[in-house]
Design a protein around this ligand. Structure first.
Ligand SMILES: N[C@@H](CCC(=O)N[C@@H](CS)C(=O)NCC(=O)O)C(=O)O
Length: 288
């Protein structure tokens, strides 16, 4: 194998291989004109049921379950494999062209909210919910929320990319990111040995941010890496993951904009609370 020597000026090698190579580009901005649909509810969400999308749908379902009717929402499916995130209407809401993005139609003009952590904070503040009011506990919730936003790219873009998606298995990045992900899991595990939830005794948006990523990882749902990372070692993370998974709102939130897994767990779009009963992919298929 010849050693790679970076050229003086980097150029875009479109045929670099690997999953997602077709949607990754070195430039921002729209690729085509396309307006986004707008439904009947105050909150419009444009997303996909990946961990970053699930954070938000879990919070919206938790808010509704807690009686915040202003959190009623339409969740539209954004197919990132087909480049929906590069449509002009999408880019107007999120110049970063990533899911999720949310629009609050109760304000004039409409408020756009992008970055999943920002969406969680926006909704928690708007409804004064799932964020501790005690200053110390609130700070702890924010510590962990920002921890998640800074750490998950090492799990997804680092470990997940090189372990599961890169065109070849390269030892150096897999070693580096496996070590980092195990360190992160240990950080979480030690905290959860002493605390029921991330902010202490109160369930908060910090849990909702961390659960779809690290909860899925310790249950072996992502990257097929359970054995490789020996995830069973992180017993406190598993305890907390199972505890959250029992919550009805978490169960519902996980289904929204989901396009993989068993058909009865996939609710491609959510426009009404009753959709969970009547519009899952297994039921829509029967109608065809
Ligand atoms: N920091 C962003 C990350 C969002 C993100 O990476 N979304 C991925 C899916 S999980 C995406 O939209 N990828 C499409 C692309 O890269 O074009 C957030 O938390 O909202």
């Amino acid at each position: 194998m010849t050693e790679y020597v970076p050229p003086k000026v980097w150029t875009w090698d479109q045929a670099s291989g690997g999953r997602f190579a077709n949607i990754n580009r070195p430039i921002a901005g729209p690729t085509h004109d396309k307006e986004l649909p707008i439904g009947k509810h105050p909150i419009q969400l444009y997303s996909l049921g990946t961990p970053n999308g699930v954070k938000v749908t879990v919070l919206l379902e938790e808010l509704l379950a807690a009686g915040h009717t202003g959190a009623e929402y339409d969740a539209w499916l954004i197919n990132i494999g087909q480049g929906d995130q590069f449509g002009s209407g999408y880019v107007d809401l999120n110049p970063n062209s990533k899911i999720p993005v949310m629009a609050d139609h109760t304000t004039d003009p409409v408020t756009r909210v992008f970055e999943s952590g920002s969406i969680l904070m926006y909704l928690a503040e708007k409804f004064r919910a799932f964020m501790p009011t005690d200053h110390k506990a609130k700070t702890e919730a924010l510590n962990w929320l920002f921890w998640q936003m800074g750490s998950a790219p090492y799990l997804g873009g680092g470990f997940g990319h090189f372990y599961a998606y890169a065109p070849e298995k390269f030892e150096y990045p897999i070693n580096r990111f496996a070590m980092e992900v195990k360190r992160q899991l240990d950080v979480l595990d030690r905290h959860l040995a002493e605390n029921e939830y991330f902010a202490g005794s109160e369930y908060s948006i910090a849990d909702m941010a961390i659960w779809p990523w690290y909860g899925a990882l310790v249950k072996g749902f992502v990257y097929d890496a359970a054995e490789f990372l020996q995830v069973h070692e992180y017993k406190n993370v598993i305890r907390w993951t199972d505890q959250l998974a029992e919550r009805p709102a978490v169960k519902r939130g996980r289904m929204v904009n989901r396009v993989f897994g068993e058909l009865h767990t996939q609710l491609h779009e959510r426009h009404d609370a009753s959709d969970f009963e009547t519009k899952t992919a297994d039921k829509l298929q029967k109608e065809d």
